[in-house]
Design a binder for this molecule. Structure first.
Ligand SMILES: NC(=O)c1ccc[n+]([C@@H]2O[C@H](COP(=O)([O-])OP(=O)(O)OC[C@H]3O[C@@H](n4cnc5c(N)ncnc54)[C@H](O)[C@@H]3O)[C@@H](O)[C@H]2O)c1
Ligand SMILES: [Zn+2]
Length: 360
């Protein structure tokens, strides 16, 4: 396959490129090398250009995208502004990069006759995960009340009877509930891809990644994932600071497994088959608490041990855990990097240097 990987200079995109190239595919990267992700003055690796497979351009630049699409069979769309941002003033940049960018890309693909797309989706589209009440069955709690958080009552409560809920595994057909700008833009990307597939007869897959970690993960910035915060604290000789009571459950998935999921999804969408859009949760299937993850990282790093602070952030969701059976069953993917092994490696791996200019 000849694959255009947008965002191919990023944490996940660069791992996808390595995976594709090592299995004999051709990859062309289109990446704007955003200062917010790479620091100011990031030079393209080796001053590369289109002929060496690296186009430094914004995905909103139609002419550049048209050029990058020449000879391409399938697109792997990773380019996005990630994380939660600093405040609402970031919204136009998120919407511009993520949604206008996706629209320009899809229009260019239509023009070029490229009908196959894999999109980097996200579990953030679900909002708070899935819960069960002993009396009321599956329920969808709203945001947690600040008074509960302040009193150390962290588990979401049933909207009908107020009892503590038990977290379950979120399936792809769960209703979406994006709770911040980034989440809204990730859901809009899927909606655009789905409309594109309907209008053109194209095939699109969204891989809804859970918490991706691994070598090359950005260092702590307001935008990075929790594994990177902990890892950066340990590198400074400080204890990872675990919020709430450490019982928040997440699904941590290694970047190598995410790259492998992209490779199988790319094969699938580029094979002959009916058009349409389909979403796949992309998680390890083995949820862990944040407290346990901090302890695993700290012990592999040789300390110091985490501290549980009881701090909380309004708007954080308590538990988000994936049911990734669909990806295993329909696309034949399975994660290879176990939690203990992955965290031990990550404790020793290098992180991407912090950007030289503040992320915005
Ligand atoms: N890291 C995670 O845990 C996670 C979880 C869910 C989803 N995702 C998604 O995975 C994808 C890759 O994320 P990542 O963690 O590798 O982040 P990253 O910041 O390392 O990579 C994103 C890349 O996209 C590029 N980019 C951003 N806007 C662009 C634009 N307008 N034009 C061209 N290039 C642009 C950046 O320069 C960067 O190289 C994103 O779509 C993100 O939403 C990541
Ligand atoms: Zn109830």
């Amino acid at each position: 396959m000849r694959v255009l990987v947008t965002g191919g200079a990023g944490f996940i995109g660069s791992e996808i490129v390595r995976t594709l190239v090592s299995s004999g595919h051709e990859a062309v990267v289109l990446d704007a090398l955003l200062p917010s992700a790479h620091g100011g003055g990031a030079a393209p690796p080796g001053g590369a250009g289109r002929d060496d497979g690296m186009v430094v351009a914004d995905v909103r630049d139609r002419e550049a995208v048209d050029g990058a699409l020449r000879g391409i069979d399938v697109v792997c769309h990773q380019a996005a502004m990630v994380g939660l941002g600093k405040d609402f003033a970031d919204a136009p940049d998120y919407v511009g990069c993520n949604d206008l960018g996706t629209a320009v890309l899809l229009a260019a693909m239509t023009g070029a006759g490229v009908r196959s797309l894999v999109l980097a989706g996200s579990m953030v589209v679900y909002g708070e995960g899935r819960y069960d009440c002993r009396r009321h069955g599956p329920v969808r709690p709203g945001p947690r009340a600040e008074a509960d958080l302040a009193a150390g009552r962290f588990e979401p409560r049933c909207p009908s009877c107020g009892t503590e809920l038990t977290p379950g595994l979120v399936g792809e057909d769960a209703p979406t509930d994006p709770r911040n700008v980034y989440a809204a833009t990730k859901l809009a990307q899927e909606n655009l891809a789905s409309s594109w597939a309907r209008a053109t007869g194209g095939r699109a897959v969204s891989l809804r990644y859970h918490n991706v970690y691994g070598p090359g993960m950005p260092r702590d910035t307001p935008y990075a994932g929790v594994a990177s915060f902990f890892r950066s604290s340990l590198a400074r000789g400080e204890s990872p600071r675990v919020f709430e009571d450490g019982g928040q459950r997440r699904d941590f998935i290694h970047v190598r497994d995410v790259a492998a999921a992209n490779a199988v999804a790319l094969e699938t969408v580029s094979a002959h088959g009916p058009g349409g859009f389909r979403a796949y949760n992309t998680g390890s299937g083995q949820p862990h608490t944040i407290g346990r993850m901090a302890a695993a990282l700290a012990s592999a790093h040789g300390g110091p041990a985490p501290v549980v602070t009881g701090e909380y952030r309004l708007g954080d969701v308590r538990h988000v855990t994936a049911d990734s059976r669909r990806l295993r069953e329909e696309l034949g993917w399975k994660p290879e990097v176990g939690f203990a092994e992955g965290m031990a490696q990550f404790a020793a791996a290098s992180l991407r240097p912090a950007p030289a200019v503040p992320r915005r």
